[in-house]
Design a protein around this ligand. Structure first.
Ligand code: GLA
Length: 386
C-alpha cells in the first residue's frame, strides 16, 4: 500500500468508525447498509393540529438518536457493532403520521401516566374510586386510549446531546386525577449511554408509572428474530399474572423455570416450554423484580446481547422492576423505516417500571404521587460491543 492509499484507508476507516451515516457496505445484509437517521423533512407532519418533528442528538463517537415530540418517542438509535458498522437498534417509522395509528401505538414512546396494566380500569386513592377507559381486554393498558404516547409534547434542545419534552395532562384526563406536568429528557453521553430522565408533578394525589416502550433489535431493525439474542435479567423473582396479564400479587422465584435469566441465556431457549405463564403472555410479557444488583447508584436491570452484531445493551435504572416483552403480538401489521414489517418477535421491549397494577396491590412498591412531591426517575441504556 503506498502512502496515499494508506492515508485514504485511514480516513475511510475513521469515517466508518465515527459516523453512522458512512457505514461499510461490504458483506453486510441490506438492512444494515448505509443506515442513517430518517429524513427530518419527510418525517415532519401535523398531528392533532400541532407540529410534529424529528429531534436528533449525536455524541462524539458518532452514536445518534432521533426522537419525536409525538409521544416523546425514540424513532432511531444508531449504534456501532463489533466491526464498527452502524446499526439502527430501535424499530420505528420514517414518517410521523405512521405513529398516529390505533393498531400499533407503542413503537418507542413514553407510556403513561401509568405504564402497563391497571385491573378492570379501576383504582382508589384516599377512598375515592377512579374509573379509566379499558383498552386491553378488561384492563387499562399504558395510560388508556389517549395516554402520553398519543400526546404532542413541547420540545426544546438543551444542548446538541439533550432534548427535553414536556406535556400537561388535565385533571380527569383518561380518568386519572390531578393536573399533571410531565417532563422527559433524553440525552446521549460520550460513554455511549442513552439516558432518560422522567419527572412529574401533580396538584392532586395521583399515580404515575412512566417508562419507555422502545422495541429493540440489537442486530438492527428488520434483521429478523430476537430469539437468538442473549439476555440476563438481574432478578430472582417475577410477578406471575392471570390470563388477562394482571399480577396475582405473588413474587415467584425464577429458579428452575423458563423465567430464569439470572445468567445470560438465549431468549428462545425456553420460550416454547409448556408453562402456564408463557401461555398467558404468549411468550414473555412479565415484570421481573430487580434483585438489588447495583451499577453505581442504579439498579442493574439487564444485559442484552445481539447475536450477529455483538452489540451489548446494559440497562441501569432507579425503578424496582423491568417488563420483558418478547414482541409476541407483532404480526406484520406495519412497515418500518427500512421497509421491513413488524414480524413476530423481531423486536423486544425492556420497560423499566414499578410493577403492573400497583394502585390495586398494596404489597407492591407504591406509585402514588402527592401534591408538592416530585416524581423523578432515571433509566440508562449503555451500549458497547463484545
Ligand atoms: C406491553 C404489554 C404487552 C403489549 C405491549 C404492546 O409491553 O405488556 O402486553 O401490550 O405493551 O403491544
Amino acid at each position: 500500500m503506498n502512502r496515499l492509499t494508506m492515508s485514504s484507508f485511514a480516513i475511510f476507516l475513521s469515517i466508518g468508525m465515527w459516523s453512522c451515516q458512512q457505514s461499510s457496505t461490504s458483506n453486510k445484509e441490506k438492512t444494515q447498509e448505509l443506515v442513517s437517521l430518517p429524513d427530518s423533512v419527510q418525517f415532519r407532519d401535523t398531528i392533532k393540529g400541532e407540529e410534529v418533528s424529528l429531534y436528533t442528538l449525536r455524541n462524539k463517537n458518532g452514536m445518534e438518536v432521533a426522537l419525536t415530540n409525538f409521544g416523546a418517542r425514540i424513532v432511531s438509535l444508531l449504534v456501532h457493532d463489533k466491526d464498527g458498522v452502524c446499526r439502527d437498534v430501535v424499530l420505528g417509522f420514517s414518517k410521523a403520521a405512521d405513529y398516529h395509528n390505533p393498531t400499533e401505538k407503542y413503537f418507542g414512546p413514553v407510556v403513561g401516566p401509568f405504564g402497563n396494566r391497571i385491573a378492570n380500569g379501576k383504582f382508589s386513592l384516599d377512598g375515592v374510586e377512579y374509573t379509566l377507559p379499558v383498552n386491553n381486554g378488561p384492563n387499562t393498558l399504558h395510560g388508556g386510549l389517549d395516554g402520553l404516547h398519543f400526546q404532542v409534547w413541547e420540545a426544546r434542545y438543551l444542548s446538541d446531546k439533550a432534548v427535553e419534552f414536556t406535556c400537561s395532562l388535565s385533571d380527569g384526563q383518561e380518568g386519572f386525577p390531578g393536573n399533571r406536568a410531565i417532563k422527559v429528557v433524553y440525552s446521549l453521553s460520550d460513554d455511549d449511554e442513552l439516558i432518560i430522565d422522567y419527572e412529574g408533578k401533580t396538584d392532586k394525589k395521583t399515580v404515575l408509572n412512566l417508562t419507555n416502550h422502545a422495541y429493540f433489535n440489537l442486530n438492527g431493525e428488520g434483521s429478523g428474530t430476537i430469539l437468538n439474542h442473549q439476555l440476563q435479567i438481574f432478578a430472582d423473582k417475577f410477578t406471575p399474572v392471570d390470563s388477562t396479564l394482571i399480577p396475582t400479587g405473588e413474587l415467584r422465584d425464577v429458579k428452575g423455570s423458563a423465567f430464569d435469566f439470572t445468567i445470560l441465556k438465549e431468549i428462545g431457549r425456553d420460550i416454547e416450554q409448556d408453562d402456564e405463564q408463557l401461555k398467558f403472555g404468549k411468550g414473555y410479557d412479565h415484570n421481573f423484580v430487580l434483585n438489588g444488583t447495583k451499577h453505581e447508584a442504579y439498579n442493574y436491570a439487564c444485559q442484552l446481547v445481539g447475536d450477529q452484531s455483538g452489540i451489548v445493551m446494559d440497562v441501569y435504572t432507579e425503578e424496582p422492576g423491568v417488563q420483558f416483552y418478547s414482541g409476541n403480538f407483532m404480526s406484520d401489521k406495519v412497515t418500518l423505516k427500512n421497509g421491513a414489517t413488524d414480524s413476530f418477535r423481531t423486536g423486544l421491549c425492556l420497560e423499566t417500571q414499578h410493577f403492573p397494577d400497583s394502585p390495586n396491590q398494596p404489597s407492591f412498591p407504591s406509585t402514588e404521587v402527592a401534591p408538592g412531591q416530585l416524581y423523578k426517575t432515571k433509566t440508562i441504556y449503555k451500549f458497547s460491543t463484545k
